[in-house]
Design a protein around this ligand. Structure first.
Ligand code: PLP
Length: 293
């Protein structure tokens, strides 16, 4: 099946106004979460060119890496099933095998073969020696790095920029590996500010990695913040959970608690302390991530 027989429909995506979200400023959300229940948000964009490259090379398996809560592995498992390919997920942490998370259960339902590695072994995931060994073990596999973090992933993520109208002055997006952020920064017009919200402690360690992948003309008009991590990656507290709930009550759709809830919370805090010049128009990107819930 050709990749153009897409399993997602970008016709489902729209921009939803968020009246009153940032007092005195226009704010809206790009609803990429509506692409597909499991292959949602940025994950589809990061996978699409990887999958077409795999097909062109005649590969029949998609192989990638992730943690027990990896939206990337879930999207990959669902996409592989759709395109008639097999899939293999290498999962960080032996403990994850004992009690499968809902995400990994769904991966398995899509036919993904799961392999669990202790953390030290998992950390070899990018060693050329290790990936060469994987390729000889699975000659039919097309290997995609964790989070879809390769050039094809960044190029695909750049296509999200086509959905961003030029009237917006600031674009907000959540950051995990930074792949989506890099793709967007390289593709958006330079004048649009790109704000990245990293939901992990000390997340600004990503800055040099991001800078290294940006086109020469795109080194400015972006920033990262890790101020709203709520204790670290995957951590929540009662305040964040009640924030999630009241957002859903007010606007009628859900945010995910790992990424987008922390971003929206942070956006309100930045606006509340006068961080946006008057007249700013802010577009937050809903990168999905609801499939594992
Ligand atoms: C994976 C994910 C991200 C992070 O994307 P990167 O390209 O790795 O930075 C952001 N938001 C959601 C909902 C995700 O699932």
């Amino acid at each position: 099946m050709a990749i153009t027989d897409s399993l997602v429909s970008s016709g489902n995506v729209y921009i939803q106004e968020l009246p009153g979200f940032l007092p005195g400023l226009d704010c809206a959300m790009l609803r990429l979460d509506l692409l597909h229940p499991q292959v949602s948000g940025n994950k589809w964009y990061k996978l699409k060119h990887n999958i077409s490259a795999a097909q062109q090379q005649g590969k029949t398996m998609l192989l990638s890496f992730g943690g027990a809560y990896s939206n990337h592995l879930l999207a990959l498992a669902a996409a592989a099933a759709h395109y008639g390919m097999s899939s293999r997920g290498i999962v960080r942490g032996l403990y994850a095998e004992r009690a499968l998370t809902p995400v990994l259960q769904q991966c398995r339902e899509y036919g993904m073969q799961l392999e669990f590695l202790e953390r030290q072994a998992y950390d070899q995931k990018t060693d050329p020696g290790y990936t060469a060994q994987l390729s000889s073990r699975y000659p039919d596999a097309f290997i995609i790095p964790e989070g879809g973090a390769n050039a094809a992933g960044r190029a695909g993520a750049g296509e999200i920029a086509e959905l961003v109208p030029s009237v917006f002055t600031h674009i907000a997006v959540s950051v995990g590996t930074g792949t989506t952020f890099i793709g967007l920064r390289n593709a958006l017009p330079s004048g649009q500010q790109l704000l990245g919200f990293v939901p992990m402690k000390g997340g600004r360690y990503l800055e040099p990695e991001i800078r290294a992948c940006l086109l020469p003309g795109k080194q400015v008009h972006w920033s990262l913040t890790d101020d709203w991590h709520f204790g670290g990656f995957g951590k929540t507290d009662p305040e964040l959970l009640s924030y999630l709930h009241s957002f859903e009550q007010q606007y009628g759709f859900r945010l995910d608690k790992v990424y987008t809830a922390k971003m929206m919370y942070g956006l309100q805090r930045i606006a509340g302390s006068g961080g946006f010049p008057s007249g700013s128009r802010i577009l937050a990107i809903h990168t999905g991530g609801l499939g594992g819930n």
